[in-house]
Design a protein around this ligand. Structure first.
Ligand code: SAH
Length: 348
């Protein structure tokens, strides 16, 4: 079966051709899919015989909303059931400039970060491009809000599902699909080997967030096993390459865990590390400090607010642009992976 909602117009044309159908129908079909039809019978300008053939050959599924939790601050957390019974999460967040949706890129994750709920059961499977598009589209539909921004920061490591994520970006950007501009999309990565460089080669206009969380290998290894793939120096080299190649900004995510990565020395090392990227990169980088969201059973606690404030001051004094992330949806478990964990494993 073909996952037709993950296909580009030229790929649909090829499929039609191999089926002995006129390829010009691809534009019509692609347009209907982009408009979000839920059955082939809604494609009224497609001959009935072709619609029947498509039904036989193609999957046309939309995820079911299992849970919708709304926080007092307007954040809405959504749990979706996929075609195979697996569950994933998206979060809709209202901002002054419009609504953002945070989407998942995998079912589970194999990065193994010690503080994160999404990785506990390991990786189950990659999401298809269509399943990422559906999260954006259906989040808009079930909340009744217009989605103007996307962050790929939910469950999963997007650069560990590189091809499907890039396909998703192309499709979501297409004017016949959702037409969301690259500048309105950001992608967050823990930086597995090769990923950031591959992304840099594509020269997309998206914003990159890098989950750094520690300035040295000892601390980062303890928090993020992915650090063993070349360490902090390889990651920072790749980030420098990304900035210089694309001219786009990088936001370094740094979650603060009490007694783990929040000392004055860590702040000093972080300033040194980022300054080491060179003067050309400085206007393009900033640090986003994240108050840790405690996850059941994880060995980390959030830093005290005074420690967060002091860490922030040290970075700013060191000449690094720094912000502290606004905490949203804390009352509804909006930290990644928590809703899915509570929901339990896939149904038979
Ligand atoms: N795998 C990607 C994207 C998903 S995680 C990445 O690592 O960037 C999205 C962000 O949430 C990352 O910065 C991650 O480190 C952070 N995160 C995970 N668990 C968290 C927790 N318990 N508290 C605060 N931030 C967390």
């Amino acid at each position: 079966m073909y996952d037709i909602k993950s296909m580009k117009e030229n790929e649909i044309a090829q499929l039609l051709q191999t089926e002995g159908e006129p390829p010009f129908r691809a534009k019509q079909i692609f347009g209907w899919l982009g408009a979000g039809v839920s059955s082939f019978d809604e494609m009224t300008n497609i001959p009935k015989a072709l619609r029947e053939k498509l039904k036989e050959k193609c999957i046309l599924y939309s995820p079911k909303c299992l849970t919708k939790q709304e926080s007092k601050d307007g954040t809405v957390k959504l749990l979706w059931e996929l075609i195979d019974g697996n569950a994933i999460e998206s979060v809709v967040m209202p901002y002054r400039h419009g609504n953002s949706v945070c989407i998942s890129s995998q079912v589970g994750c194999r990065m193994g970060c010690a503080f994160c709920a999404s990785t506990r059961g390991g990786l189950v499977r990659n999401l298809a491009a269509s399943e990422m598009i559906d999260q954006v589209r259906c989040s808009g539909l079930v909340t009744g809000r217009k989605i103007s921004n996307i962050v790929i920061m939910g469950i999963g490591e997007p650069l560990d599902n590189f091809d499907n994520v890039v396909r998703f970006l192309e499709l979501v950007n297409h004017p016949d699909v959702l037409g969301i501009g690259m500048r309105h999309i950001s992608l967050s990565t823990s930086g597995p080997e090769g990923g950031i460089r591959r992304l840099a080669e594509l020269d997309l206009q998206l914003t990159l967030s890098v989950s750094l969380h520690a300035p040295d290998d000892g601390t980062r290894n303890r928090m993020m096993p992915v650090n063993r793939q070349g360490g902090v120096s390889r990651l920072i080299d790749d980030c420098r390459y990304y900035c210089l190649k694309t001219g786009r900004r990088i936001s370094f995510e740094y979650l603060l865990a009490r007694g783990v990565n929040d000392s004055d020395d860590h702040a000093a090392d972080l300033v040194k590390l980022l300054k080491g990227m060179g003067p050309e990169c400085q206007p393009l980088i900033h640090v986003n400090l994240i108050p840790l969201n405690p996850v059941e059973g994880a060995p980390f606690q959030p830093s005290d607010p005074e420690r967060v404030a002091s860490f922030e001051r040290d970075l700013i004094k060191g000449g690094i642009r720094t912000t502290v992330r606004r905490r949203m949806g804390a009352d509804i478990d909006a930290a990644c992976g928590q809703l899915r964990r509570r929901h339990g494993a896939k149904r038979p």
